[in-house]
Design a protein around this ligand. Structure first.
Ligand SMILES: *Cc1c(COP(=O)(O)O)cnc(C)c1O
Length: 415
């Protein structure tokens, strides 16, 4: 861990909590598809004096003095992001994924405008029109589903709904969808009906940056992403768009949605983008996908049902009905065995949202620890042993011990 001498001496109460969380992260297997381990340089950048500064506005157009040096931090982050994703314009100020999406809608839409997106329980995100989210309250979302048989997005259905509903924007990019996305076809459909194209690559940005998945940035009008999932940067987000929308996006982020940017986080974004530009990052991205495909194969051989039958990215949704277990019970059981996952709905879930039928598994954090196929096979075995021993505390404790042994051979990068 970094040197936390001051923290440990002056606030031992909080320091103790952080130390316990560090130990948990070191000794448990992290398979929540939206998490990752940042590098030490990313962690260090977040802990700098840049947090002291206020810099409302944009480089060379700030509403506060003393930003000559901060401007260079933001420009560096922007330049690296542009190179990484072949973007014409980048705004690195969004504080997180949902506020970034709010800014995108704010820039392109008026309240009440129609947007087409994927249903939440089919793999979409809350901010793509769910009724309890601002997006669903402010805008008129119409939603498509994945195909019942294939578990994949059905471009014919997307086209049919788009032609019928004539949305002003089509959003693609998901939270619990394991397949490549046909960006070209989405763009074609949007052009047919005169809709804006918006890609939300929060989950797969690192795999796109690592050149292992298709990049929508050169094609779409606007693209948002978080920086902390497969991209392995600090918690935060950014928006990329065509130059002709640059002013609208910038205005929507500030003063539209936010006050001052978090300059220390933007510095850490610059560090993470720098890391992602290094050829080593492609190897990580490749391994993430190899690990996910390995896990799918192994779980299928153990008779787990995988939604869509496989994966092209870092994640998969497992239908736990194939083992007569609810997603919630599976999540709690795996937690006892030292494996963090999250419960997830499956398409057309017969069970209620608090007790959904699936779990979502991701392999990006395991790849960041250096784990490869051999370890993934072992982890699949632990998962299966835990699920078949639901309620048997001693047995689960035993697996937890084996998980800990495995973890100790693969220290977390930010420890
Ligand atoms: C995670 C995610 C977000 C939101 O990110 P937060 O930083 O948690 O607000 C937005 N869109 C998609 C598709 C996501 O998966």
């Amino acid at each position: 861990m970094l040197n936390y001498d001051n923290l440990s001496q002056q606030d031992p109460e909080l320091y103790k909590i952080i130390s316990e969380e560090k130990e948990r992260q070191e000794n448990e297997i992290e398979m929540i598809a939206s998490e990752n381990y940042v590098s030490k340089p990313v962690l260090e950048a977040m802990g700098t004096i840049l947090t002291n500064k206020y810099s409302e506005g944009y480089p060379k157009k700030r509403y506060y003095g003393g930003n000559q040096i901060i401007d260079r931090v933001e420009e560096l982050a922007k330049d690296r992001a542009k190179k990484l994703f072949e973007a014409e314009h980048v705004n690195v100020q969004p504080l997180s994924g949902s506020p970034a999406n709010a800014a995108v809608y704010f820039a392109f839409l008026n309240p009440g405008d129609k947007v087409l997106g994927l249903k939440l329980d089919h793999g979409g995100h809350l901010s793509h029109g769910h009724p309890v989210n601002f997006s669903g309250m402010l805008y008129n979302f119409v939603q498509h589903e994945v195909n019942v048989e294939t578990g994949k997005i059905d471009m014919d259905e997307v086209r049919e709904i788009a032609h019928k509903e004539k949305p002003k924007m089509i959003v693609a990019g998901y939270s619990a969808y394991s397949r490549e996305i046909d960006w070209q076809e989405f763009k074609k459909i949007a052009d047919e009906v005169g809709a804006y194209t918006f890609a939300d690559i929060a989950h797969t940005a690192g795999l796109i940056a690592g050149k292992q998945m298709n990049n929508p940035v050169p094609l779409f009008d606007v693209v948002s992403t978080t920086t902390h999932k497969t991209l392995r940067g600090p918690r935060g987000a950014m928006i990329m768009c065509k130059e002709k929308y640059a002013k609208d996006i910038d205005k929507a982020v500030f003063p539209g949605m936010q006050g001052g940017p978090h300059d220390h986080i933007n510095a850490a974004k610059a560090v993470a983008f720098g890391e992602a530009l290094n050829p080593e990052f492609s190897k990580y991205a490749r391994q993430v996908i190899i690990n996910a495909k390995t896990l799918v194969q192994k779980l299928k051989s153990l008779e787990y049902k995988i939604i869509s039958g496989g994966t092209d990215n870092h994640l998969m949704v497992v239908d736990m009905n194939s083992k007569n277990v609810t997603g919630k019970d599976a999540e709690q059981t795996l937690e006892k065995a030292g494996i963090s996952v999250n419960r997830s709905t499956i398409p057309n879930d017969p069970n209620p949202p608090m007790k959904p039928s699936g779990i979502r598994l991701g392999t990006q954090a395991l790849a960041s620890r250096g784990m490869k196929e051999k370890e993934i096979e072992l982890i699949a075995k632990y998962i299966d042993e835990a699920i078949t021993n639901i309620g048997k505390e001693e047995k689960l404790d035993g697996i937890r011990g084996e998980v800990k042994n495995l973890c100790q051979k693969f220290p977390i990068p930010s420890a």
